[in-house]
Design a protein around this ligand. Sequence first.
Ligand code: HEM
Length: 493
Amino acid sequence: MNGVDLPPSPPSLPIIGHLHHLLFFFLHHKSFQLHKSFHTLSSKYGPLLHLQFFFFPAILVSSVPLAYEIFTTHDVNISSRNLPTKEGYLLFDTSGFVTAPYGEYFKFMKKLTVTNLFGPQALEHSRSIRADELKRLYKNLVDKAKKKESVEIKKEAMKLIGNIICKMSFGKSFTKDHGETESFQGLFAKSSGSKKKMVLEILLFRQLDKLGISFFKKGVPGVYKKFDELLEKILLEHKEKPNMNGDTDMMDVLLAVYEDENADYKITMNHIKAFFVELIFGGLDTNVNTIQWTMAEIIDKPIIMERLREEIDSIVGKSRLIQETDLPNLPSLQAVIKEALRLHPPAPLVLREIQQGCKIGGFFVPEKTKLIINLYAVMRDPNFWEDPLEFKPERFLTSSRSGQEDVRNEQAMKYLPFSGGRRGCPASKLSYMILGTAIGMMVQCFEWRIQGEKVNMDDSYKGFNKTMAHPLTLTPVSRVSNLDLITSVNILT
Ligand code: HEM
């Protein structure tokens, strides 16, 4: 190694490069889970690998020290994704925020999102939206418990998270339609099936598309056109009646910027629409999957459930619903959620691009090389995590500086469910609030009966997310005096 060598590379084949390693995993395990295939590869050949997929060179990062180096020394250099984009798709759109390079537009929007959506003051401001949605879910579960009906946790969580994101962003419901034939929920469900097709189209068939040949002309753009129409209608309502929900929401803010001749950046309607679609896609499955995994883990381990109940009963009691301000006093609950995110990171792979040639881990990495950070592998790095494959929330209770506080050292960079650096997830605080209160309420208010002997913990990888292969279905049994709680719940379902 002399500083100009490329990182080590596993054996490759002509033309396809290293693709066969991923295909081999797929054939062997009968499931296509990229983060696991990459983890197998890095366990065998090392934490920093140079890979080639057809014409695309990439480096794969899979250890804590390398993640630390990347998010500190090289953060600006790796803060663009350069994902393939397509105009008019809203997701993977040319006007997207997620797809934007690290430049003027990104910095402008990031500032707006921190001030108006994800920063501490904005979160304080939107607290009542989340509290109302939590009560709605609670009331729904009480009804199910009364009828002794089972619930699919994924579906309930989807309504909770979807409504929170849509109401915080533009004051509308995720589940109900808006005088149109479609709701965001319906469109999201439809788009899930077409996501794979769309990625294929964008990634593999881009060249053909340039020649006017498209394989999925009907299915894929149709859903995004309907997202466009629905958002257009809501935008018009906001234009006609700003602050229509009695308060300024993110859509009001963006419309004001759109109409401001002197704004620092001239945004378009497509910027606004793509941003909201990205929020829904970025925030929904990630949180929904975490709620499922956390419930599955604690139901599978009754001792942990017991410990959580004791903590919540002693701090919150049984006569009122848990709320966000309780969370700092519930360390075991926070630890359980952190551990679920460590073991089951909903977005296990991060894809970026190296802008300028640089040295990583002592090796040379040329410009325009794709960078794949396997968060799943980093959070199982055996040199930094004791018993990395086990669900042990107490590991987050041993130090007062556990988790992802602002400590810029390797210990902090070992825990990365929200990734790191300038392009890390902007909604980690929001997510901890949603997850803490949702899981807290389900533990505080209900016993849970499972179907069969044990929870099936098999996982799968769908639409870039690590998810449960078998959706968690449970029957709630009320454990608190509902009357006391219901009197403080005045939400129409
Ligand atoms: C458990 C919940 C969540 C997890 C684990 C998660 C994880 C992630 C990860 C790993 C990234 C990639 C960052 C990178 O490239 O390094 C990301 C980006 C992003 N997430 Fe999240 N996320 C969650 C919730 C949310 C929510 C609730 C929203 C919005 C409502 C959201 C919006 C975004 C956006 C806009 C980006 C792109 C940021 C950028 O390009 O700078 N996420 N998230």
